[in-house]
Design a protein around this ligand. Structure first.
Ligand code: FAD
Ligand code: SF4
Length: 274
């Protein structure tokens, strides 16, 4: 593992300011649960020079609350806390199911919602730098997966430079429920449709979202809609536990008097973005 500088953020604003600075080859990374980031730094697939630890911010960013207008999930809420929250389970079941079907209990106890949506691909060629061709890890180097073992790679949203699948589960639930993501950047807070957060690989597979390096996700807002309660997450995988999706679907249905008024479907495991 390469040496890196480490500092703890005292507030969300402090975290953003600590991550700000001129563009570098190895932008500062926020450290939440660390279950993806530390893994990838040990593998030398991510090469952060500075980590800004968010773990003192659970009061500011770890809340889960629900009201008449919808559900608010803090970016630092742990996956397991969101999955077992009684209102999430009752009124937003697709969220609880997507989280419950992800990773292992130990990982869910540590991993945060913000870190979850920003997890990197599981493409083996990305994770193992002994493969020299990976445009996502080393821009311009090529893509070993195109002619390699790519059974678990994407079929939707692919390009000539990268075919890596987006691996997470929670993101599909957010997309199906028309969620917004809340962001704090150097210019202040802003919100956007969650569906617009991730981008297809196109010409620059190293860029997976529209976030700048000093943009901090502070939370997610899921509006109360007629389809949130009648929602479900279906995940197909090689084994029934502790495994990423080969294919998944988050489905939310507005059914009135036996008529489907509206249906929302978000696919996982098969595409380069949620
Ligand atoms: P970190 O590792 O701390 O951070 C991940 C990335 O997000 C980093 O780049 C970090 O800088 C950035 N980041 C974190 N928080 C913020 C923020 N608030 N704002 C801006 N940037 C931020 N996931 C699934 O969905 N389904 C699975 O089946 C599944 N299986 C897994 C199996 C294994 C063996 C492992 C190791 C992981 C698995 N995961 C799975 C992934 C796991 O859910 C993620 O590792 C976890 O959710 C990441 O959250 P974290 O808080 O640990 O993020
Ligand atoms: Fe790298 Fe993407 Fe190709 Fe995998 S599919 S080797 S992540 S460029």
């Amino acid at each position: 593992m390469r040496p890196f500088a480490y500092r703890r953020a005292a507030s969300a604003l402090d975290a953003v300011q600590a991550a700000a600075g001129p563009p570098t080859e190895a932008p500062t990374q926020f450290l939440a649960g660390g279950t993806t980031l530390i893994d990838l730094m040990k593998l030398d697939a991510m090469r952060a020079e500075t980590l800004v630890d968010l773990n003192d911010l659970s009061r500011e960013l770890g809340g889960i609350s629900a009201g008449a207008d919808g559900l608010a999930l803090g970016a630092l809420a742990r996956m397991s806390d969101a999955a077992r929250h009684p209102i999430v389970r009752r009124d937003y079941p697709v969220i609880a199911q997507a989280l419950d079907l992800a990773a292992s209990q130990q990982l869910r106890n540590m991993a945060t919602l913000g870190g979850n949506v920003l997890q990197r691909t599981r493409c083996e060629y990305f994770r193992d730098p002994s493969w020299t061709r990976c445009n996502k890890r080393d821009p311009g180097s090529g893509c070993a997966a195109l002619e390699g073992v790519n059974r678990k790679h994407a079929v939707l949203g692919v390009g000539e430079r990268c075919i890596a699948a987006y691996p997470g589960d929670f993101a599909q639930a957010l997309a199906a429920l028309e969620a917004e993501v809340e962001i704090l950047g150097p210019g202040g807070p802003r919100a956007m449709a969650f569906e617009a957060l991730h981008v297809e690989p196109g010409a620059a597979p190293e860029a997976e979202t529209v976030l700048a390096p000093d943009d901090l996700i502070t939370g997610f807002r899921i509006p109360a809609r007629p389809w949130t309660r009648r929602s479900l997450y279906l995940k197909v995988r090689d084994r029934e536990s502790y495994e990423f999706a080969l294919a998944s679907a988050a489905v939310a249905l507005d059914l009135r008097n036996g008529t489907v008024n509206q249906v929302r479907i978000a696919l996982g495991g098969v595409a380069t973005k949620p």
